[in-house]
Ligand binder design. Structure first.
Ligand SMILES: *Cc1c(COP(=O)(O)O)cnc(C)c1O
Length: 371
């Protein structure tokens, strides 16, 4: 049997251990310490965000954002449908109502037209959505100019789920920095990892301060333990922040490797005119977290996926849209069928920054023989 080729596996450098060892050596083994502060500074420096709160996950960052925006039971929150469930779950933690909006076909992200249609329709039925959670899927920036204009026009704040888009840019501006709430994830298969973790970034220092406060059980200033608000245990530990510091040193290299994977697949498969890639329009710069393709049909997609699987190569269908998920059945959706169509005939190809030339060649020759 050939070696397993993974979709996207952790890619460590060894430098992470220096920071982790420091944490042990100085006994900073807690959800605070120099690595946590250092990682927050590294993220601010990299993205240009004014402030950062390092958290236990990207999901926690979305949850805290909703809390800080005052989202409560029965409130409506607009959300990209074409995404991972972690984007939408925190809406339900607050017992709020997700309003799903479909994608446009250029970036695969929230359609500005459908977003405006959704807002107008919600307003006409008497409820104003409290927030818009939009996603940069697979690292491709959403159409930020159009989307942010709608957010401003209707005065509905945006939470930018940039969990897959650390290192991506729109008109030279890093993703995650377009609104007051940008979220990143450092889960195991993301472009860089801390094994598990996340962060909230903001232009507004007060927002990250408040997030850190809520993430550490909302403890008032007092010598004893006193609480005036419900808090959470969402802070990042100083050990794993050490992994993050090592990973931030190589983030640019990781982006370059993943973009190279994309170019390689695109070139090698150029003879197959039924296979489509997501292109970067002018002003869009994707980290190419995962290389994705659209085939001509569900059957072709499955044929490719299964033949790769037989050769011990992991590939995966695209995210199943949230409005088609059993757990979100019955919630409002504004859709023109785009994400459902993509889900049916799209595939994520092995995209790790640690793939060897041999491994990439193995994937491509399998793809070619199947097609
Ligand atoms: C990974 C991911 C998240 C969640 O991040 P965690 O750190 O795993 O909680 C949220 N949204 C998207 C789009 C993701 O891909």
């Amino acid at each position: 049997m050939n070696n397993k080729i993974w979709l996207s596996s952790p890619h460590l450098t060894g430098e992470e251990q220096k920071y982790v060892k420091e944490a042990f050596d100085t006994n900073w083994v807690a959800p605070l310490g120099p690595n946590v502060n250092g990682l927050e500074e590294d993220i601010c420096k990299y993205t240009g965000a004014k402030s950062c709160s390092a958290l236990s996950s990207g999901t926690a960052a979305i949850h805290l954002s909703l809390i800080m925006l005052g989202v409560e039971k029965g409130d409506e929150v607009i959300c990209s449908s074409f995404t991972f469930s972690a984007t939408a779950n925190p809406i339900r933690y607050q017992q709020a109502i997700p309003i799903f909006v479909d994608s446009e076909s250029q970036t695969w992200n929230m359609s500005p037209e459908l977003l405006e249609e959704a807002i107008v329709d919600r307003l006409s039925s008497g409820s104003k959505p409290k927030a818009i959670i939009l996603v940069h899927l697979y690292g491709m920036p959403a159409k930020m100019e159009e989307l942010m204009a709608i957010s401003e026009k209707y005065e509905i704040p945006v939470i930018e789920d940039a969990a897959e888009a650390l290192g991506s840019k729109y008109r030279d501006q890093p993703m995650g920095t377009f609104s007051d709430y940008g979220i990143f994830s450092f889960n195991g298969n993301k472009i860089i990892t801390t094994s598990g973790g996340g962060a909230l970034v903001s232009k507004n220092t007060e927002i990250c301060k408040k997030a850190t406060f809520l993430a550490t059980q909302a403890r008032d200033q007092a010598p004893h333990y006193q609480h005036s608000e419900i808090g959470y245990n969402y802070r990042m530990s100083n050990i794993i922040a050490g992994i993050g510091r090592g990973q931030m040193e190589v983030l640019d290299d990781r982006v370059i490797s993943r973009r190279k994977n994309f170019e390689f697949y695109k070139k090698e498969l150029s003879e197959f005119t039924d296979i489509h890639f997501v292109e970067e329009s002018e002003g869009f710069y994707a980290n190419r977290w995962l290389t994705t393709i659209l085939t001509d049909s569900f059957e072709t997609r499955e044929e490719i996926r299964l033949s790769l699987e037989k050769d011990n190569i992991e590939s995966r269908p695209l995210w199943k849209p949230m409005h088609l998920q059993p757990v979100f059945k019955g919630f409002p959706v504004y859709s023109d069928g785009t994400s459902e169509d993509f889900f049916n005939r799209g595939l994520c190809l092995p995209s790790g920054s640690n793939l060897t030339t041999n491994e990439l060649n193995r994937v491509v020759s399998k793809l070619k023989s199947t097609l």
